[in-house]
Every structure is written in structure tokens, then in C-alpha cells.
Design a protein around this ligand. Structure first.
Ligand code: ZN
Length: 341
């Protein structure tokens, strides 16, 4: 089968013909129809989600959607012929966190699809059956690639931060793959949205998704515009960029009793906050890690109902996936990219 293969953590994928996998016990074989391409794939390829030499060579891609074509021994679901999407984390399913639907906190986490197991940058992949969740009828494969990470993650954030109608939600990195869906999710929760990013055209596009105010992070008048839009500051600040600079900005502008949400896992970044301020302003700093299997199902339901619109701005064949990687590195892609077969 055709695949794009990673031979070194920190490297780029190269095309290869590799044997089609056979599903082992507990696994199902999926004929990949499409796979999302976002910054998390690049983060995974860089080795930031596990860089064990024994995991190489590896086929990346965790946001895969496809059709189940065969089942390994002991597997009854999902049935052959069913369109499925992949759950990103290789969770055990049996520990206390898994049983409480906090699979990202699994005590026996084996790793990630596309890192510790081959992913969707190939015609086929064999994955644990428990990692394959049904895609609702009527949804296309490409639009469904946005569900398992880019839409499920904002759904989890909205629940972690308890976003509601009284909130003013500032999203830093609002034009990225998670950001464009975070804008929609915050609006769905009834909040006002302030979108922060770097590119005027991309910021304008977030307005169409529900952002009431847009801010160019580098513009000299950014602070003044923010103060005009939210004089008391945003009640929720979601940092999807995760640099020291964006962390400091979010904390700096946060309203009294505000909640700051951190999602990135870049090594070496620390968040500094005066403990005194946590007390005097009753602010909360929250980490938000991916989403549960249940939340993926709910995210899919929102998309099927037309409530959340998947934003996949560019689709290329497998052979051209490195072009999307280059656009992600240059930050020129709006929303998500995808490969499709
Ligand atoms: Zn577990």
C-alpha cells in the first residue's frame, strides 16, 4: 500500500510502498478515506509526544476517517463496512480514569495513534477496535476528519472552563485548526468571542464563524481594541499558541474571577503567575487535555446536526502531504488541512 513514512523523530515523511497491515487480536483494519493534517501531527513528528527509537519507522496521522474492512480475532465492533474515526490516545480502557471517561489521563497510556501505532498517512491502518468510533450517517469523510481532535478538543475545553452565556471568551490562535472550532463552540455556549491571531484575512474569516471582535496580536492597538471590546477583560482566555508571550498576555488581560485555559505541551514552557493575584482576583488556571471518547461522540453529533461546521480549508492527495506541513509551519493555513484518497 501507499504510505508516507517517518524515519527519524524531527524529520519529514517520505513516500513509500509498505505491506498492508493485518489486524491483530483486538484490532480492526481500516481503509483510510481521509486524514486531518494539523500542528499536532507536526508536534508528534518532532518527537514531542514520544520519541522512542523502537517506534520508528512510523506512519503519522491521528485524525483519520475510513471504512472498517476486516476485524482481528476477538473483535465484534465496529462492524465491517462502517465509517469510523480514530480516537487519538491509546488508552487502556480499564483503569479508573478510563472508566470515568477521562481516557486522556489513562494510567496505562500506551501512547498515541501516529506515534506509538501507525496512523492515517496510508491507504490502510490497523488500530485497536476501541479506538474506532462510528461517524454519524450523512457526514463525509473529509469533514469528519475535523471531529476527533479539532472539534472534540474545543468541546472538552468548553466543559472544563464551564463556558456560558455571561462569558467573554478570548481565543489566542483562533484561526488555527482547533481555534476555528473553538470560536464556534464558545458561541454555541452563548459566549461572546474575541478572536486573536496574526493575519488580517484569517481573522476576518473567524468573524464569519462567530467572533464578535478580532485582534491582530502584533498590532500596536491590540490592547486598546481589547479594552474597548471587554473593559473588564475576558472572563475566559484560551491559549492555543502556548508561548511564554501568549501565556503572559492571557494572564495579563484576564478579568477578575477569570479562567485561563492552557492546552499546549511544548517542553520548557512555564506559566508564571503571582500567587497573590490568584487570591486577590480569584482567577483560575486550567489545563485541558484532549477529549474523552464520549466527547468525540458528542462532537460528532453537533457536526451531524449542523451546529458546528467543520473548517477543512485545503485537501490534497497523500503524495502532497508535505505541502500542507510546509503551510502549517509557515502558519498560512486557515483551519485544518486534510489528505484524501
Ligand atoms: Zn486507562
Amino acid at each position: 500500500m501507499r504510505a508516507q513514512v517517518l524515519h527519524a523523530w524531527g524529520g519529514e515523511v517520505t513516500p513509500a510502498d509498505v505491506p498492508t497491515p493485518a489486524p491483530a487480536a483486538g484490532e480492526a483494519l481500516v481503509r483510510v478515506e481521509a486524514c486531518g493534517v494539523g500542528l499536532t501531527v507536526l508536534n508528534a513528528m518532532n518527537g514531542n509526544l514520544g520519541g522512542r527509537p523502537e517506534d520508528l519507522p512510523r506512519i503519522p496521522g491521528h485524525e483519520l476517517v475510513g471504512i472498517v474492512t476486516a476485524l482481528g480475532p476477538g473483535v465484534a465492533h465496529p462492524e465491517v463496512g462502517r465509517r469510523v474515526m480514530a480516537y487519538f490516545y491509546l488508552a487502556c480502557g480499564g483503569c479508573d480514569f478510563c472508566r470515568l471517561a477521562h481516557e486522556p489521563l489513562c494510567r496505562n497510556l500506551r501512547g498515541y495513534v501516529g506515534v506509538a501505532a501507525d496512523g492515517g498517512y496510508a491507504e490502510y491502518t490497523a488500530l485497536p477496535a476501541g479506538n474506532l468510533l462510528p461517524v454519524p450517517e450523512g457526514l463525509g469523510a473529509v469533514e469528519a476528519t475535523a471531529i476527533p481532535d479539532a472539534i472534540a478538543t474545543p468541546f472538552h475545553v468548553s466543559r472544563r472552563a464551564g463556558i456560558g452565556p455571561a462569558d467573554v471568551v478570548m481565543i489566542v490562535g483562533a484561526a488555527g485548526g482547533v481555534g476555528v472550532h473553538m470560536v464556534q463552540m464558545a458561541r454555541l455556549c452563548g459566549a461572546e468571542v474575541i478572536a486573536v491571531d496574526l493575519d488580517a484575512a484569517k481573522l476576518d474569516a473567524t468573524r464569519e464563524l462567530g467572533a464578535g471582535t478580532t485582534l491582530d496580536f502584533r498590532a500596536p492597538d491590540a490592547r486598546a481594541r481589547l479594552a474597548a471590546a471587554a473593559p473588564a477583560g475576558p472572563t475566559v482566555a484560551i491559549d492555543l499558541v502556548g508561548s511564554r508571550e501568549t501565556h503572559a498576555f492571557c494572564l495579563d488581560v484576564l478579568a477578575r474571577r477569570g479562567r485561563m485555559v492552557v492546552l499546549t505541551t511544548f517542553p520548557g514552557i512555564t506559566l508564571e503567575v503571582a500567587s497573590r493575584r490568584l487570591v486577590t482576583e480569584e482567577i483560575t488556571v486550567l489545563g485541558s487535555r484532549y477529549a474523552s471518547r464520549w466527547e468525540l461522540g458528542e462532537a460528532a453529533r453537533l457536526v451531524a446536526a449542523g451546529t458546528i461546521r467543520p473548517v477543512v480549508s485545503e485537501v490534497v492527495p497523500l503524495e502532497r502531504v508535505t505541502e500542507l506541513h510546509a503551510k502549517l509551519r509557515a502558519r498560512t493555513l486557515f483551519g485544518r488541512g486534510a489528505i484524501a484518497f
